[in-house]
Write a protein that binds this ligand. Structure first.
Ligand SMILES: [Zn+2]
Length: 293
């Protein structure tokens, strides 16, 4: 009872803080290519694709921001928002689904996003209630699909390896030389490997390398969080994560426990730069050890 009470109090406190924060949030846009913009606000970065007949939005942050997001889109391209695509199921990327669906957008995501939004989640770490029916994808895919926003232009949706969650997708715009990588790339903080949602560090490293192979020096990358990036930034980030994971693998293979590894502080060199965000050094180490092959 006491734990429940504390949790409830925390949730109320958190949501009231969050709501007052949203009232001050501005949605800003930066054009990355002829038809693609990155939109920043509070929560996961969004991509706007301005099609000939309609707009496409990748991710939609939190519900209280939907009106501001729609207003921003209208100021860029006065066509309807026809499609909303989710990179994964977390609330800071899907919180606007219900509102935007009610405004007429079709929600699209991988099958696992549909499953997880529909089921909700209860774990020792977090409780997420099932999403409203309107928030669920009406089109979902298991592997890949193309959405054509012009005669010779398309969005390539690809469900990638289990990484941040098991429902992660990249949305690649080959004609624009832009990609949205969702939370596979947190520019530039330790990643959140959500073990409760099927996350896996090996899959994350594979996905980062796969993205590199698709891109070139002129590519623009939309990370799940942090500023828009380049291939150079992605390479540097991947190198740091691979180095950290290799170090942790060696310590694990020596037979050290998670507690012993954490006590040794093996990532001290990178913690100031990469460990001061949502995921601190200890959480990162635990998630790596919890999913490393
Ligand atoms: Zn996420």
């Amino acid at each position: 009872m006491r734990i429940l009470f504390t949790l409830t109090t925390l949730c109320i406190a958190y949501s009231s803080i969050a709501q007052s924060d949203y009232s001050n949030v501005q949605i800003t846009a930066e054009q990355l290519s002829e038809h693609v913009y990155i939109l920043y606000g509070a929560g996961g970065n969004m991509a706007l694709v301005t099609g000939e007949q309609q707009n496409y939005l990748i991710d939609d942050q939190f519900a209280p921001l939907s009106d501001k997001i729609l207003f921003k889109i209208k100021s860029i391209n006065d066509k309807p928002l026809a499609y909303v695509l989710n990179t994964h199921w977390h609330g800071d990327h899907t919180g606007g689904n219900e509102n935007l669906a009610k405004e007429g957008a079709l929600i699209i995501a991988s099958d696992r996003v549909y499953d997880r939004l529909k089921e909700g989640q209860q774990s020792a770490r977090r409780t997420t209630p099932p999403a409203a029916p309107e928030a669920l994808p009406v089109i979902s895919f298991s592997d890949q699909m193309h959405l054509r926003y012009g005669q010779d232009a398309h969005i390539h949706a690809m469900h990638v390896n289990d990484a941040h969650t098991d429902g992660d997708s990249f949305y690649y715009f080959p004609e624009e030389n832009v990609i949205h990588m969702g939370d596979n790339f947190s520019n530039a903080k330790y990643p959140f490997i959500d073990l409760d949602s099927g996350g896996d560090i090996d899959g994350l490293l594979s996905n980062l390398n796969m993205a590199q192979a698709m891109l070139n020096d002129d590519s623009k990358i939309i990370p799940g969080h942090g500023p828009a990036a380049t291939l150079k930034d992605l390479k540097a980030y991947t190198h740091v994560l691979e180095t950290c994971v290799e170090l942790l693998r060696e310590l694990r293979d020596k037979g050290m426990t998670a507690e012993e590894i954490i006590a040794e502080n093996p990532l001290a060199e990178w913690n100031d730069r990469y460990g001061d965000g949502f995921i601190g050094p200890e959480a990162f180490i635990r998630s790596v050890l919890g999913s490393l092959d």
